[in-house]
Design a protein around this ligand. Structure first.
Ligand code: SF4
Length: 351
């Protein structure tokens, strides 16, 4: 984009958004906004936290369930931790769910149940980083905050043909995104950039013919759009290993434990297990005739792959969860995989 074209490009983008905005359960669309409706900061914040590392399609149902069960930030703040973790099960990155609760409680205890209306004020809340603070400030309160997620990075890198690789190019992309952010309707602008990146300026095959800002796009003119943004090569993920223990009592009740609050899957319910290292030591929760389940579990976290050997046994003891109360769907995805792998075991072994 040439200098001086930012306002024209911003106006073209907003005109396109007015016609083509995606419908989302947490969004107040352009027509409703023109009719005077304002976005609910709670809905905007909740959706932005859920959308981190997760697709819109995956988030829709979670968002509907959360807001049906906890319609306001005060309702969420008063929720039991275990209920929130169970509703979050399957969305992954469980630190987000713990921070969600901390944040809701801080909004209620420190701000009378109302979200601060500036990015700076929002940033001071637990679990809200620069991106979420900017997104909520822009979308809910129309602060001209510069909102830069992966979609926006892609669009901006193409509009200005930035060939420096990410993550190093982040600062420059944020500065350029700021140039195209208007003082008028910054919330709609932020959502328009996200929509453009998600629907037209897509990673592999941008649909430049349908793009409302094609006339301003340097990467399109140079024929390099699909190759941007460039990314520095990633380090190979290491593989860690571990053991997971599925033990049933004679009635089919299941031994579960809640993980410590800190660390991966912190605060979630799951099967007892060992540490996850290159060479883990077995750590069965009780002594029993342990068998190796035929199926193993493979799961990928952000920084490593995990391979779990699933051990099964029948035993009696205290602290089992009855089969009627056990809901595999409330477990994190990794633990659901462990449960599925345990079904491959021969459960006819003697008690
Ligand atoms: Fe993306 Fe193409 Fe539009 Fe440029 S013209 S912003 S590359 S879709």
């Amino acid at each position: 984009m040439r200098s001086g074209e930012e306002a024209l490009a911003g106006a073209a983008l907003l005109a396109w958004y007015d016609r083509a905005a995606r419908v989302m359960p947490w969004r107040v669309g352009p027509a409703e906004r023109m009719g005077g409706a304002r976005p609910d900061a709670y809905a905007v914040w909740l959706s932005e936290v859920m959308l981190q590392q997760t697709t819109v399609a995956a988030v829709r149902d979670y968002f509907r369930r959360f807001t049906a069960r906890w319609p306001s930030v005060s309702d969420l703040a008063a929720a039991a931790d275990a209920d929130v973790m169970a509703e979050w099960a399957g969305l992954g990155y469980y630190a987000r769910a713990r921070n969600l609760l901390k944040c809701a409680r801080a909004v209620v205890s420190d701000h009378g149940g109302r979200f601060p209306e500036t990015a700076e004020g929002l940033r001071a809340l637990p679990g809200i980083g620069p991106y979420t603070a900017a997104a909520v400030a822009a979308i809910a309160f129309d602060e001209p905050a510069v909102v830069v997620d992966g979609n926006v990075e892609r669009v901006v890198s193409r509009l200005w043909a930035v060939t420096d690789p990410l993550p190093g190019a982040k600062v420059r992309l944020t500065e350029l995104a700021g140039r195209i952010t208007p003082a008028d309707r910054p919330g709609d602008h932020a959502q328009a950039m996200m929509d453009l990146g998600a629907t037209i300026c897509t990673p592999r095959s941008p649909d430049c013919a349908a793009c409302p800002v094609a006339a301003f796009c340097t990467a399109r003119a140079q024929g390099i759009a699909a190759s941007l943004p460039r990314k520095a090569p990633k380090a190979e993920k290491p593989t860690r290993r571990g053991f997971a223990y599925v033990v049933l009592d004679p009635d089919g009740a299941v031994l579960l434990e809640r993980r410590p609050d800190r660390g991966l899957l912190g605060g979630t319910l799951g099967f007892p297990g060992s540490d996850w290292t290159e060479a883990p030591d077995p750590r069965p929760p009780l002594s029993a005739d342990w068998r190796v389940a035929p199926a193993a579990v493979r799961h990928t976290f952000t920084h490593f792959h995990l391979e779990l050997t699933v051990m099964t046994a029948r035993a009696t003891g205290a602290g089992f969860t009855s089969r009627a109360a056990f809901r595999p769907g409330d477990l994190p995805t990794l633990m659901r995989k462990v449960w599925e792998a345990a079904q491959s075991a021969d459960w006819s072994q003697p008690d």
